[in-house]
Design a protein around this ligand. Structure first.
Ligand code: FES
Length: 179
């Protein structure tokens, strides 16, 4: 068979197979030679766009937290020391009105404050007068009121501490500090 006749034969076979296109072939009409290039190009474009979007989102979040340091650090009067006897507790919101927090007047006279959000799954923590500990009712998590450290239950991390400052009898929250 000559080269010319072989080419003719190949052309006829190609025409015949093109006529027998299945539905998926009709909907993806790329020649198999171009198929790889198209998918690589699409994949590369998608990867670049996804990386760009992630980078932009990360930069946006970093910028927002840089521009809004008040989120975790600002001075806020929370109580009069004379209103809370030793062993007493005062619930307040800090650093935003959405964030529950707890101020404790410990029996040794010190004031300490913690985020009122459990470090397990964010349930509200309360002060248990009987045990003197901070307790999360959701899964029976227990925190030490002296340090905020987890004592029992599923929580593994300490409650974030809220730094305090006292001027006269006024107690101020000044910053939430992760422990
Ligand atoms: S949410 Fe507090 S122990 Fe689970």
């Amino acid at each position: 068979m000559t080269l010319r006749s072989r080419l003719l034969q190949a052309g006829m076979n190609g025409t015949r197979s093109r006529k027998r296109l299945t539905r998926w072939q009709a909907e993806f009409p790329y020649h198999w030679d171009a198929d790889d290039q198209v998918s690589r190009r699409e994949l590369l474009r998608f990867t670049v766009m996804a990386s760009g979007a992630l980078f932009a989102a990360t930069a946006g979040i970093a910028t927002l937290s840089y521009l809004n340091p008040l989120r975790s650090a600002h001075r806020q009067a929370i109580a009069q020391a004379t209103d809370i006897p030793a062993g007493g507790v005062h619930y307040f919101q800090y650093p935003t009105t959405e964030d529950e927090a707890i101020l404790l007047h410990l029996p040794d006279g010190r004031f300490v404050a913690y985020s009122g959000r459990c470090t397990h799954l964010s349930c509200a923590v309360y002060h248990d007068q009987e045990s003197g500990n901070l307790v999360c009712p959701c899964h029976e998590g227990v925190f030490d009121s002296q340090t905020g450290a987890p004592l029992a239950g599923p929580p593994q991390r300490s409650l974030p501490k809220i730094a305090l400052h006292q001027e006269g009898t006024t107690v101020y929250a000044v910053e939430e500090v992760p422990q």
